[in-house]
Every structure is written in structure tokens, then in C-alpha cells.
Design a protein around this ligand. Structure first.
Ligand SMILES: Nc1ncnc2c1ncn2[C@@H]1O[C@H](COP(=O)(O)OP(=O)(O)OP(=O)(O)O)[C@@H](O)[C@H]1O
Length: 242
């Protein structure tokens, strides 16, 4: 039998009240893989991330983490099972950088100084955060806040990381540095599903990408194939396939 996917969903429907926004969505990310989820605005990408992370119950379908059905498992428990999510540049604004990292490290045992070592390890990767360790997170720049979010995932070392709106509002030079950190996380063994407005950012990172339209997956291609097909990428991002 092939190894189970790091994360997968099958036949997922989701709705906001009477309005259905996902229709039978199937997505899978293998262990160690980086996969993009692309598409025009409002097609359901964030909703799918919410379903995978456990913030929203699907109306139909299943979510599997390393082969285990987690459809009914609450979001907080999914984090303990190795599924982390980063959305935008979220941080606890009134807490300092160090306090944020210690808080994110709730999945790490406090015994034998393990959490302190994990936080120190994250600071070693992000010296800029170390310099700002006693500053409230609300005073960080957007790029620094995104570093804080990535530092959190370095501490949690999840099996799977879902990333939504990674590059939103950040200068290209800042995004470039952060992408390197995402690659590093991936090399450490984290599989990623990356929702990206910028298809260029997504394709510079991922091995494979799904394209969504009107709540369904309409295409799936390797990044290598898409690199040869700029017209295809453009038409998929403009919509009109469903
Ligand atoms: N809380 C909500 N209540 C009602 N409708 C919602 C809610 N959140 C999202 N929607 C609607 O669901 C649809 C899918 O939204 P979703 O945010 O998943 O799309 P998206 O592809 O992530 O969009 P974007 O790229 O603009 O972030 C949209 O029509 C949106 O207006």
C-alpha cells in the first residue's frame, strides 16, 4: 500500500448558511510535498483551509490527516496531531515576541527546558525577531509579523502546515526572504498547502498546484508543467473553466 497522504480531503461540501461555496472538493498533499491552491477571488480557497484546519465543519465529505479521519476532530486537537495553520500575519498584538512564541509552543513539553530550547532555536533562525524579543507584536512590521508566524511553525514542527495569504501586503523583497524560510520548514519535513493570491509566488515554491473555480477544483498541474505554460496559468487565474 502507498503511504498515506500527509493531508487529504474527499468530497468536501461547505456552506455559509444557505449559501454553498464548496462542491465535492478532493485535495491531497503527500508527506513532505509543497502544494499550491490557486484561483480567482472568492472561489472558496480560504473556506477549504477552514475546513481542513477544523474551523468549519463540512456539510459532506471527509478530512484525513496521515490517513486518519479527522473530520469530527476539533481544530485545537488537530494542532496537537500535527496540523498547523497560518493565516495572514496573525499574532497576539499585546504580547511580546517571546511571549507569542512561548504561547505558540503549547504543543511542546515544558519539561527539561524543551520549550526554551525550541524558542531559542527559532530566534537563531530569525535573529531579527531576537532583536525585537521584548517588543509587543503589534509594533512589528508586516514582514516581521510574518516571520513571527513562521517562527511559531518552527517551534511546532507540524507534519502539515496550511498557509493562507502568505504574501498579502508584503514587499517582494520581504516575500523572497520569507519563502526561503518556508522552504527550510519543508526541508525539515513539513508538508505544505499554500493558498496564494500571487500565482508567481505560489509557483516559485510548490511542486504542484490545484486551481479552484466556483467552489470546485478545475485543474491540477505540476509547477514544472505550468512554468512552460504561461497562457494556461493566466487563463486558470482569470477563471472561466468551471
Ligand atoms: N463568513 C462568511 N459568511 C458568508 N459568506 C462567506 C463567508 N466567508 C466567505 N464567504 C463567501 O464564500 C465564498 C468563498 O470565500 P473564500 O474566502 O473561501 O474564497 P477565496 O477563494 O479564499 O477568496 P480570496 O482569494 O478573495 O480570499 C465567497 O463568495 C465569500 O463571499
Amino acid at each position: 500500500m502507498p503511504p498515506a497522504d500527509a493531508i487529504a480531503c474527499a468530497g468536501v461540501d461547505a456552506a455559509y448558511g444557505p449559501v454553498q461555496v464548496l462542491y465535492g472538493v478532493d485535495v491531497r498533499v503527500a508527506d513532505g510535498e509543497m502544494v499550491g491552491l490557486c484561483g480567482p477571488n472568492g472561489v472558496g480557497k480560504t473556506t477549504l483551509v477552514r475546513v481542513l484546519s477544523g474551523l468549519q465543519r463540512p456539510g459532506a465529505g471527509r478530512v484525513l490527516l496521515a490517513g486518519r479521519d479527522i473530520t469530527a476532530v476539533p481544530a485545537a486537537r488537530r494542532v496537537r496531531l500535527g496540523l498547523s495553520t497560518v493565516v495572514g500575519q496573525q499574532a497576539f498584538g499585546s504580547l511580546t515576541v517571546t511571549e507569542n512564541l512561548r504561547m505558540y509552543g503549547y504543543t511542546v513539553s515544558r519539561r527539561d527546558g524543551r520549550l526554551r530550547r525550541a524558542v531559542d532555536g527559532a530566534f537563531a533562525v530569525f535573529p531579527r525577531l531576537y532583536e525585537r524579543r521584548d517588543q509587543p507584536a503589534s509594533t512589528l512590521s508586516g514582514g516581521e509579523r510574518q516571520m513571527l508566524v513562521l517562527a511559531k511553525t518552527l517551534i511546532q514542527r507540524p507534519r502539515v502546515l496550511l498557509v493562507d495569504e502568505f504574501s498579502l501586503g508584503l514587499a517582494p523583497v520581504v516575500v523572497g526572504g520569507l519563502l526561503e524560510m518556508v522552504r527550510r520548514l519543508n526541508r525539515l519535513g513539513t508538508a505544505l498547502l499554500v493558498v496564494e493570491q500571487s500565482v508567481n509566488v505560489a509557483l516559485s515554491l510548490v511542486d504542484r498546484a490545484y486551481f479552484m473555480e466556483k467552489g470546485t477544483i478545475v485543474a491540477e498541474h505540476t509547477a514544472a508543467h505550468l512554468a512552460q505554460q504561461p497562457d494556461l496559468v493566466q487563463s486558470l487565474m482569470l477563471g472561466g473553466h468551471a
